[in-house]
Ligand binder design. Structure first.
Ligand SMILES: Cc1cc2nc3c(=O)[nH]c(=O)nc-3n(C[C@H](O)[C@H](O)[C@H](O)COP(=O)(O)OP(=O)(O)OC[C@H]3O[C@@H](n4cnc5c(N)ncnc54)[C@H](O)[C@@H]3O)c2cc1C
Ligand code: SF4
Length: 476
């Protein structure tokens, strides 16, 4: 470690954000990057704590955080950037949108301000791109083995990059018009602009990965064809079946799934022609977002930018505490109240409410009826349950509603059916210890295995599965 007293001398810096009045007029990124000097100072706050929980417990990729902080403090930027890439294929993406469990596990966070690890990661990789240090890494030889990857989200991209670098021929099939999965068509531009993804995709293509888009594996390409043409298949198809809310009025016009809104907005930004009568727009509307999680927050920010009049976000769970409860100590991920950038832009949040009905006038949505609920403690291993509070019913006048209640599991479509894949009680694909599904030669990674999760976990999983596939095809 460079500076033994860095954390005593310097406070944590927070990145500037574009002001609300400016940013709600466009979909461009909100956070600004630190300059080089600020990053070196911030890296000097890393305090050689003996057991770096950020690396071993916090970061799912086990990024070597204390080591790159030290290198950065010593101004060895290129070495630090190389070290970062040893464990992370896409630091410019995690550096922007990872919730940074590394920071909540930082030893400084026990009673103070964590090292600003995510921003350091981002600054390092952006310096790497600017300086030309990030180049295609070409495999020294070709193995002659062919691998099909189904799905081009972060899991599929990590699998593809690791395997092509190991010398295999890799074809990625993506049913959407462009590669990237949720990185491209789910996550809004104000969190992740798409040129960032395209820049990394150019590296993958230069390394030899072939992308075949607008191809739905299982339908456009049969399972038989895939099995005949490839030595191994990796499913990285995501967890895309949304949780629905079957209450009266659910089928009214203007009640949408979150992904219909977010995906369409991303296609519009990408200048794709969308028939006018199918466009979902919150312009001038009162909007209810059902679901208090991150997808819901992305819907809040999207509706705000589309020009919504008022936005309400309703969540069935109680409001989390401001501070960690004793039952949720450091270095665990804190289950505390968060206010995201979308919330700063204006939205009324409701907690512990259950939606009873969508109301109708002239065949269109005119409001919703909800009730406050009280949560009981979980008993004997059963999940906690709630009771409605008598007399607490209320209505909200809304003319658009968005269901952002999470995802159930991977689609149980032709791929899962024709391969006859075993799934667990939650509907996710089951793997053996070698990341292989119940169908020999077919592997899986990412949200289709874990259920909806995080980009950083999809990348870890992709890397692990790639190592298993590599070992498997080498034995063929
Ligand atoms: C709105 C939203 C915001 C999010 N924000 C964040 C965030 O800020 N930070 C974070 O860490 N995580 C975030 N996440 C979670 C993160 O995006 C996912 O955990 C991650 O993308 C999962 O990666 P994946 O590769 O497993 O699947 P996906 O990214 O879902 O990719 C799966 C791909 O497979 C394709 N596919 C499926 N079936 C087929 C088929 N039969 N043939 C061909 N292609 C197929 C799909 O079209 C898709 O492109 C967010 C998720 C959502 C929905
Ligand atoms: S990937 Fe996420 S958890 Fe890991 S170092 Fe980066 S911000 Fe932290």
């Amino acid at each position: 470690m460079g500076k033994t007293t860095g954390f005593l001398e310097h406070r944590r810096a927070f990145p500037d954000k574009r002001p609300v009045h400016e940013r709600i007029n466009d979909f461009s990124e909100i956070e600004r990057l630190f300059d080089e000097r600020t990053l070196e100072i911030q890296a000097s706050r890393c305090m050689e704590c003996g057991v770096p929980f950020c690396h071993s417990f916090g970061c799912p990729l086990n990024n070597r955080i204390p080591d790159f902080n030290d290198l950065l403090y010593r101004k060895k930027w290129q070495k630090a950037c190389e070290l970062l890439h040893e464990t992370n294929n896409f630091p410019e993406i995690t550096g922007r949108i990872c919730p940074a469990p590394c920071e909540t596990a930082c030893t400084l966070a026990v009673n103070g301000e964590a090292v600003t690890i995510r921003q350091i990661e981002l600054g390092l990789v952006e310096q790497g791109w600017k300086s030309g240090w990030i180049r295609p890494l070409l495999a020294p030889f070709k193995t002659g083995r062919k691998i099909a990857v189904i799905g081009s989200g972060p899991a599929g991209l990590a699998v593809a990059q690791q395997l092509v670098r190991a010398g295999h021929t890799v074809v990625v099939y993506e049913r959407d018009s462009k590669p990237g999965g949720l990185l491209r068509f789910g996550i809004p531009d104000f969190k992740l602009e798409k040129w960032i993804l395209d820049r990394r995709l150019r590296q993958l293509k230069a390394e030899g990965v072939t992308f075949e888009t607008t191809v739905c594996a299982g339908s456009d390409l049969s399972v038989k064809y895939l099995k005949r043409s490839f030595d191994a298949i990796v499913l990285a198809a995501g967890s895309t079946t949304p949780r629905d809310l079957r209450v009266p009025g659910r089928d009214l016009q203007n009640v949408h799934f979150a992904m219909d809104l977010l995906t369409q907005q991303n296609h519009l930004i990408d200048n794709e022609a969308i028939p006018l009568n199918t466009i979902i727009s919150a312009k001038g509307k009162n909007v209810a977002i059902i679901g208090g999680g991150d997808t819901g927050a992305d819907c809040v920010g999207t509706c705000r930018r589309q020009g919504a009049k008022e936005i309400f976000q309703l969540e069935i769970l109680p409001q989390p505490p401001a501070e960690r409860p004793e039952s949720n100590p450091w270095p665990q991920w804190p289950q505390t109240m968060r206010t995201g950038t979308s919330h700063e832009e204006g939205c009324k949040r409701f907690w512990a409410v259950n939606i009873k009905e969508f109301l109708e006038k002239n065949n269109t949505l005119s409001g919703l009826r909800a009730v406050a609920v009280e949560w009981g403690l979980s008993q004997e291993g059963k999940p906690p349950s709630f009771k409605e509070k008598p007399g607490s019913e209320f209505t909200l006048n809304v003319d658009m509603a968005v269901l952002a209640m999470g995802f159930i599991h991977v689609e149980h479509g032709p791929l899962v059916k024709d391969l006859d894949l075993a799934t667990d009680s939650r509907g996710n694909i089951v793997l053996d210890k070698n990341s292989m599904t119940s169908h020999p030669g077919v592997f899986a990674a990412g949200d289709c295995v874990s259920g909806a999760s995080l980009v950083v976990r999809a990348v870890v999983d992709g890397r692990k599965t790639a190592a298993m596939v590599d070992a498997y095809v080498k034995k063929l």
